[in-house]
Design a protein. Sequence first.
Length: 468
Amino acid sequence: MSENTKPVLRFAPSPTGMLHIGGARTALFNWLYARHTGGTFLLRIEDTDRERSTPQAVQAILNGMSWMGLTWDGDVVYQFARADRHREVAAKLLAEGKAYRCYATAEELTAMREEQKAKGLPMRYDGRWRDRKPGPEQDGKPFVVRLKARQSGETIVHDKVLGDVRFENSQLDDMVLLRSDGNPTYMLAVVVDDADMGVTHVIRGADHLNNAARQLQIIEQMGWTVPVYGHLPLINGPDGAKLSKRHGALAVEAYRDMGYLPETMRNYLLRLGWSHGDDEIIPTKQAIAWFNLESIGKSAARMDYKKLDNLNGHYIRETSDAALVAEVTAWLEREKRVLSMTARQRLEQAMPGLKERAKTLVELVQGAEFLFTDGPRTLDEAAARLLPPEGRKTLAAALPALEATDWTAPALEAAARAFAQAHGLKLGAVAQPLRAALTGRASSPPLFEMLALLGREESLNRLGAYTA
RNA sequence: GCUCCCAUCGUCUAGCGGUUAGGACGCGGCCCUCUCAAGGCUGAAACACGAGUUCGAUUCUCGUUGGGAGCGCCA
């Protein structure tokens, strides 16, 4: 990369499953760096494995990226479509004696590995065809093309995250470039595509660190420019073990369905492995301004759902009332529910009090439920505890005092306070039964505001249902 | 087994030779308060271990231990 060219980043998932949290973070870091530097962020689908790649997975990745707000530049590149180019590079390597044909069968190689394992030897291709010329008996037999890797010296990966990582070349074996069906392997394809696409920075999961040394050898043989590498430590589950389907390896869309905001996910994932002093709340705009490769941590991190919740609560409170009303409405529509005009107006008015109390959009919808329909409420467990016989008696006794006043929050509150004082009760002793009857829950936005919002008729209808 | 990576409160992390080891989430207490939140104050909570280097190590080096990744005609 020359001094005045902008960085070119890429996210290169294989479409064999959903876009999970680890992939999303890799994509985020690439995206942030591209946006920070004014560079380019490319998306390449690594679908050379024809067996396992599916169109559904491609769509899931695209959807996940879109939801996360990680917009890529230009068209999506499908790796398999470039197979001819990969074969061309393999042919060149072959012609130059930098690669060779290996006729070993899969069974033969399996037997070789088992033997190595049994003897406690390192498991790697032993180079049996490296210097062997195929004889007549190989005519028409299938073969793979392997790179003739250097066997002495060392290969150093200059990694922006981990520093210099050295590998003895004697530890690296001759990897397969072209399969026996003539299709390229990932090892060949990534290198060729990155070179052709002008990728300057390869930021990917640390599970690829070992591959980097091998890929470096292909780059070297082809005389291409070595990209800047950055291998991100992996994300573990809350228990520190590998991320599995059981806990965090959920598709990013699962987080959407649990009611997390994209902004939350970006902030949370950013802080998982990257820091900027003591800063915790880092909106995306700020993240783009601050992001760098130097501040990426070296150790693996665990998912912490409590912290995710806390952050999401923060961003929900930051979101405008109007936007949240739209979110709730959309949420209900997905459940085939439509709000009445009245319900929608109530939702708009109550939103400031509602959003203060929700950590997720799911909680926001639940907290607003009492506004959506008219009539007496069904009490949840906590609310029911507030309306035992004595509670109902208090409620019945207080009702006339409320009925006698103007139906405004201040007037209602004054009336309730006066009633409580007259009966030697704390305000809470009066307010809680009222809240339970009005909302069906033990907690809600400020009671008197909710009474005013629902109006005299509707409120009295609900309260009256629990006076006996 | 071999190769590689990692190691500060329970968790995410700041720290880049000398700090009362800081912040955040979570947890406890107090305040506020009609509930729940939010907010404010506050408390408990960490340098894995052992050798070096150094006047001095959380910080540098090596080892140990413990985690993790890779070792496919998967990516």
